[in-house]
Design a protein around this ligand. Structure first.
Ligand code: F6R
Length: 367
């Protein structure tokens, strides 16, 4: 059932190109100039009435929501907050009938996420779910549901479910942009065309797995490390850090690159690995200056960068891994893949039970 792979996690990482295609399938018009989400029951008038969006989820699904915030704000210009479900419920959130609440859950059964959904509905908000399981509690109780077509995810560490959630956010962001007129058909077609290229670009990253394996084997010797990034790269490194902690048991922290000097820099000492993600080219010089700050204090820097930046960034780092270029907004669907593989191979190098990390369950149905 692992189809020749050593672990479900690795199989699921390799299933991502298919998961992207399946999640897009049937949801883009034939001419590629609009997104078709027949599962959304909101009328154009209701969509025009949305004043703010709250994305609520746990763990990896919440990390997808962090990217979702940038995607929706950028494409549709609606203000978005992303919350951890277990916090949202108890902070007396301002939920009004013109709020759209989006819950994100692979399983559709996470207790805190489900409770947040119910709280939102009680307050009169419309609730949309992004979930991987048809007929799950979240899918049944939400007003609108976008099913991610990732297929069953067995490994405790979520991979293809996360990236399929990103695809769902891209589709929904474009759908809003189309309805609200914040992007014209040419602009939508440009994003759609770039989305169609993502699966093949993920495949190209997967062919580099042996490089990531040897990088991960060096990381596995450490007990502490850092991730840094800016913009959506910050969202993605938070997911990379969670993945690494979860299955390799290496402690790591993800920092917005510009925040390092406000405290964390004190922890940088000789030899500590810093994984730096640079997919947002407009911000690359800023992150590069943060890389120089940690290098000057002895950090060992692995930079994951867009193709084309190798030479410029290569001069300032110890190790480099290049990822194919895409539109800045779509970069998370590529840049997370090497981070998933680093976590996988680090876990393997440490002899851990990759698919069933200690203390964790696949679905968290207690609060
Ligand atoms: C981490 C992971 C968890 C889940 C979280 C929410 O790899 O899988 O952080 O993302 O427990 O689960 P769902 O998406 O089922 O609500």
């Amino acid at each position: 059932e692992k189809a020749g792979f050593d672990h479900f996690m690795l199989k699921e990482i390799y299933e991502q190109p298919k998961a992207y295609r399946d999640t897009m399938m049937g949801r883009i018009s034939d001419d590629g100039r609009s997104v078709v989400l027949n599962e959304i029951g909101m009328t154009a008038e209701q969509i025009r009435g949305i004043r703010k969006i709250q994305i609520v989820a746990c763990g990896t699904a919440m990390h997808a929501g962090l990217v979702g915030k940038t995607v929706i704000e950028s494409l549709a210009r609606i203000p978005v907050e992303t919350d951890v479900a277990s916090e949202y419920r108890y902070r007396s959130p301002i939920i009004t009938p013109d709020t759209l609440v989006i819950v994100v859950s692979q399983s559709g059964e996470t207790a805190d996420t489900l409770a947040a959904l119910r709280e939102a509905k009680r307050n009169g908000a419309r609730v949309m779910a992004i979930t991987n399981v048809v007929g799950s509690s979240v899918a049944r109780e939400a007003d609108d549901v976008i099913i991610t077509q990732a297929g069953p995810e067995i490994a405790v560490a979520s991979t293809k479910a996360y990236t399929s959630q990103l695809i769902a956010f891209y589709l929904f962001g474009l759908f809003l942009a189309d309805t609200l007129g914040t992007r014209d058909a040419d602009a939508i077609a440009e994003v759609v065309a770039a989305m169609h290229e993502l699966p093949e670009k993920v495949e190209r990253i997967l062919t580099e797995a042996p490089v990531l394996k040897s990088l991960a084997e060096s990381l596995a010797k450490h007990n502490n490390l850092f991730f840094i990034g800016r913009g959506v790269d910050f969202a993605v490194v938070q997911e990379g850090s969670l993945k690494l902690k979860e299955i390799s048991y290496i402690h790591s922290e993800a920092y917005a690159a510009g925040e390092l000097k406000h405290g964390t820099l004190a922890l940088i000492e000789e030899g500590i690995p810093v994984i730096s993600l640079i997919s947002q080219e407009d911000l690359y010089e800023k992150t590069l200056s943060n890389i120089k700050e940690v290098k000057a204090r002895g950090a060992h820097v692995l930079a994951v960068v867009n193709e084309g930046l190798e030479e410029e960034v290569g001069k300032s780092v110890d190790e480099l891994f290049a990822i194919p270029k895409t539109l800045p907004l779509l970069a998370p669907a590529l840049s997370v893949v090497p981070l998933q593989l680093l976590a996988y191979y680090a876990s393997l190098a440490r002899g851990n039970d990759v698919d069933k990390p200690r203390n964790l369950a696949k679905s968290v149905t207690v609060e």
